[in-house]
Design a protein around this ligand. Sequence first.
Ligand SMILES: Nc1nc2c(ncn2[C@@H]2O[C@H](COP(=O)(O)OP(=O)(O)OP(=O)(O)O)[C@@H](O)[C@H]2O)c(=O)[nH]1
Ligand SMILES: [Zn+2]
Length: 221
Amino acid sequence: MDKQDTENDFEAMDDHMMSSLETPLRPDAFDLTDQEKITIIAGHFKEIMHTLGLDLTDDSLKGTPHRVAKMYVKEIFQGLHPDNKPVIRRFENKYMYNRMLVERDITLYSSCEHHFVPIIGKAHVAYIPGEHVIGLSKLNRIVQYYARRPQVQERMTMQIANELKQALQTEDVAVLIEADHLCVMSRGVNDVTSSTITAEYGGLFQEEHYRSEFLSHIRKK
Ligand SMILES: Nc1nc2c(ncn2[C@@H]2O[C@H](COP(=O)(O)OP(=O)(O)OP(=O)(O)O)[C@@H](O)[C@H]2O)c(=O)[nH]1
Ligand SMILES: [Zn+2]
């Protein structure tokens, strides 16, 4: 691929990211069942391994195509399927708790959509309840749902923030993600010390006071 192609790729990526927060999916993305997807992906992965020169009759390797396909569909990319979206029940804020609620250090395991290798880190989310609250674990589940698909960190951050705003019926939501990208660490520039931080601050979190309180909570150990 020459430099011009790479630049065009990035222009296409920029256009897409500006026009939509949605993960780019084909219109017929859910026509196949999970089982059909696993069978097809296993076949393709077998070809990849075969092309790499691996002996697929070897005891240790022969199950790998099916293992990888099942892992893609049922585990690390399960967040592509809307059926796996967490069901969030809103409760009335009967305690009248109107201060900040922070859920910090949420385990984040995602995959880079450019190289299909892991993005590993932590998400910190916060909101200021209005009339509604949701169960604490649902904050983690929303993070996991958007992480379990091929991602770029910026889009993942915005998708999580938007979902929280909808679930909580408030703009007063903050999301900060700090993550290590294996595509940066284990190949390419091979940098194992850098990490990537992205953040979205909605509503009151655009004000310095609320933002600093959030940041001070997530810095405390
Ligand atoms: N903005 C953004 N870029 C990412 C993310 N994850 C990976 N990338 C970058 O996507 C870019 C893809 O660039 P390319 O030049 O097409 O790929 P490449 O030749 O493998 O690039 P190198 O990683 O530099 O070797 C790389 O610079 C990655 O670091 C992400 O979450 N956000
Ligand atoms: Zn990557």
